[in-house]
Ligand binder design. Structure first.
Ligand code: AMP
Ligand code: GLY
Length: 396
């Protein structure tokens, strides 16, 4: 296995190489030189640049959508259009390009207001607020740089992240997870890429996963195939379990972070075989996924200043101690090693993941391990999975 670019954590396990992720031909050249059997394109930036297209043109099996299919994440307006076409339940929305359109849309839906930058924004382009001035201000900021915004009705109810693995025709759902988007405990402060997650969700029955597969994931895959742009990769549905039923908040074209740390931690089926089956159109014949019992919880340790202005270059200590607790694994995100010293190099630095027979156990273990890690000025949420562990979430 080779990874590009990787970080200081994965470099301890596999070879890391450097490649320009915005250059699809460079990615395809690397795959050709190394004669690889499968390329998994992780993040949205290379997908939107066309890495999937360049690889498939050369006959290299690729798990990751084409540029045209990745647009479900790259443009919220495009995603809404496909959902409307496929009859997928989602929030009512208006696409706005001027301030007066935005003001009209805000007043039409009322508070709380939901204003989304149309393009890629690493999870930070969405403002949810009851303050009309702040909502309009976010729209104005987007217009100022030539952007478009999507204004939506507010969706109440708990959120669920569900990954559907699609081979272009067939979709297989993984187990659901819940992400914590706001930076602060009690869901306060700005949105982030995600501050923690747990899986599975004791308050989500299997019948809900089946319902989402039938009403959301499969119709999306079918609509994309019928448009001539089949989606091969992760159809990541961000869902709200509202009082009026399931609604899609957004689709992403990749695995979500940090949900993946908890979902894949519990997968027993070899991931490589599964993703290769998806990349080569063979999911219909793939065996049922096998999962470990119990629960996984992950806590994100973020750098000082994240999400606004993360401080990089801070030394990191205590990872070995945290991992020596048993059933604990520390995944790296924004780390680098300089002369053997581990330092922060991004906003979300580490994701401390633990498994337990119960959600209470997994949560306690993950929090205890997180507290053993030292990064000056870092912060994390101590309330990841708390409400669910107390049995405090239900859906109607
Ligand atoms: P998105 O980038 O679209 O996933 O939005 C980021 C986060 O903003 C979501 O995970 C929700 O917490 C929140 N959000 C987005 N759209 C809505 C909505 N229509 N109603 C309520 N919250 C929303
Ligand atoms: N955890 C949210 C995301 O990956 O977009």
């Amino acid at each position: 296995m080779i990874v590009a670019p990787g970080n200081a954590g994965i470099a301890q396990v596999v070879e890391c190489v450097s490649v320009d992720v915005k250059n699809p031909q460079a990615i395809a050249d690397l795959a050709t030189e190394r004669d690889v059997d499968l390329v998994v394109v992780g993040p949205e930036v290379p997908l939107m640049a066309g890495a999937g297209d360049a690889l498939r043109e050369r006959g290299i099996p690729c798990f990751g959508p084409s540029k045209a299919a990745a647009l479900i994440e790259g443009s919220k307006a495009f995603c809404k259009e496909v959902m409307a076409e496929a009859g997928i339940p989602t929030a009512m929305a208006r696409v706005c390009t001027t301030e007066s359109q935005a003001a009209d849309a805000l007043d039409a839906f009322g508070a709380p207001y939901v204003v989304k930058d149309d393009g890629l924004a690493a999870g930070k382009g969405v403002v949810v607020t009851s303050d009309r001035t702040e909502a309009l201000g976010h729209a104005r900021d987007c217009f100022a740089v030539g952007g478009t915004v999507v204004i939506e009705e507010y969706l109440d109810g708990p959120e669920v992240s569900l990954f559907g693995i699609s081979d272009g025709t067939t979709v297989v759902a993984m187990q659901p997870a819940q992400d914590f988007k706001r930076v602060g405990e009690g869901d306060v402060g700005p949105n982030t890429g995600g501050m923690g997650a747990y899986s599975p969700l004791p308050w989500v029955p299997d019948s809900t996963v089946t319902e989402v597969t039938e009403r959301v994931l499969q119709p999306m895959a079918t609509a994309m195939r019928e448009r001539g742009t089949p989606f091969i990769g992760v159809l990541y549905a961000g869902l709200a379990m509202t009082s009026r039923g399931i609604r899609v908040i957004e689709f992403n074209a990749r695995f979500g972070d940090p949900e993946t740390q908890v979902v894949l931690n519990r997968l027993v089926t070899p991931l490589g075989e599964f993703l290769l089956a998806a990349a080569t159109g063979k999911l219909a014949d793939f065996r049922a996924l096998e999962w470990k019992p119990g629960f996984a919880v992950t806590v994100v340790l973020a750098a000082s200043g994240y999400p606004a202005a993360p401080v990089t270059g801070t030394p990191i200590g205590g990872i070995e101690l945290a991992e020596s607790q048993g059933n604990t694994k520390v995944f790296h995100a924004g780390t680098s090693a300089i002369d053997g010293v581990l330092i922060t190099s991004g906003g979300r630095v580490l994701s401390v993941t633990a498994e337990g027979d119960t959600l209470v156990q997994a949560r306690e273990l993950a929090l205890a391990a997180t507290a053993m890690i030292s990064i000056d000025g870092s912060h994390y949420r101590g309330d990841i999975a708390q409400l669910a562990a107390q049995g405090g979430i239900s859906i109607t």
